[in-house]
Write a protein that binds this ligand. Sequence first.
Ligand code: TNX
Length: 546
Amino acid sequence: MVNLRVGAVILALIGGSIFAVQSVRRFDGDARCALIPLPRNLQLGKGNFVLTPTASIEVDKRSGAVGELLASRLRRSTGYELPVRPLQNGVVPAGAIVLTTERVPAALGAEGYGLEVNAVAATIRANGESGFVYGMQTLLQLLPPRVFSPQRVTGVKWTIPCVLIQDQPRFLWRGFMLDVSRHFFSPAEVERVLDTMALHKLNIFHWHLTDDQGWRIEIKRYPRLTEVGAWRKRIGFNLDPGATSAYNAEGRYGGYYTQSDIREIMAYARVRGITVVPEIEMPGHSSAALAAQPEFSCSGGPYTTDMNEAVAPGVYCAGKEETFQFLENILAEVMELFPGGFIHIGGDEVCRSNWRNCSRCRARMAAEGLHGEADLQTYFVERIEKFIRSRGKRLVGWSEIQHVGLGQDAVLMDWIGGGVEAARTSHDIVMAPVDYCYLDFYQSKDRSREPPAAGAYLPVEKVYEFEPIPAGLDASAQAHVLGAQGNLWTEYVPSLAQAEYMAFPRLSALAEVVWSPKDSRDWRGFQRRWLVQEQRLDAMGVRYRR
Ligand code: TNX
């Protein structure tokens, strides 16, 4: 048993006499360590560590940035001005919080951390930045929930129970997707979303930046994409125009992120251990781009962003060479902004009927020996994939790219199937099946008591039951399951308040699914711990569903 062995190593290192050796499940009802997601191994000791205004945060080279982040978080709620300083010769001052790469148990890997809290000090050990980020989140969750308040809180004794934790995630890809096209969320709102992700040790923010109803990313070479494509006449989707404040001076609904907004958000994400995966939809879901640049469609337009259906007929012309030049120029700017390794190109729900009636598309099919529009879609995605690969990035695409002869590096994101087949042909996959991961679905069967949502029903208990590894995969195919993510499509989500209502508690349940060991899953325990998570979210001002 890996857990026991690592636990024993840590105990040997610090002399574990105050720790009763008991499993994590025995303690998950203890409000003092109601952690979400549940750590791999937790032992609760006797007594507390008390954080005082004279404490310090001791860091080494790899932990300086996280140390600063921790200091600023603690400053806001406790009012303590804790100095962040280099750990001197391993000497730990009494009352300190220590973040160190020294004596890290080997089994922890890149994202793991150890946390040892005793009456004298709280020590996080990790191999690198992400481990420190997760150790910090656990430390914060062990403090009274009001530590998450953005304002100073008085009258709270800032104690942490003595614990010994060894933790690391089950999956590499622990994602959340936000659709900012159907509804626009400001940079400040996106950063709040990143805060709630960080709280849950989620590490991939999939940013759905373009779709039929709005183009949200500034592209310097094609300014019309945002001048035209970022705006629509009205909010649409039969929603109350007062539900949002995202209007411009002419009263048009929408908005976009400048490249400098994006750089700021990227920095914000990076220190929180979050990789941002941008999505630029193609060849379908592209009405907003075509409203701005109709010359890249088959018919020449016109196209509009003003539509209330999730699926619209906006499709790039696959016959014109200029289309590919246009998309590659866009992707080149996107890759500059997003240093992470993944570029999502959508690929879902392509209305191919335009192609059937287009002489250029037919000429392309003839020239390339393609039999019909489905083959043309394959050609399209393969061509873009080659471009992305030539720039050293990995393409990610929705289920519909499954028939494409993709390079080995491409990743399939399964929403309606295709994952099993892709994993069997040694492609990495991310699971986001509609049955378990669609956070735009109703949370209650009694729709009259819920805000309007997408058609289906997905209660939190069902999300909690989700198993990301599809049945029937052998061990080598299982290794291709990078992880899973929750998707928040926003046709019916016009505000951050409602996005939070749709996301929580379901995203908290999913965070445990992707982080915690499969055999530690315990719905009753999760419900008890959720009551404490509610207090943390209250302190953060997050408007979750009770
Ligand atoms: C399908 S999931 C879509 C989205 C919609 C969503 C509504 C996917 C790849 N495409 O465009 O917003 O359903 O639930």
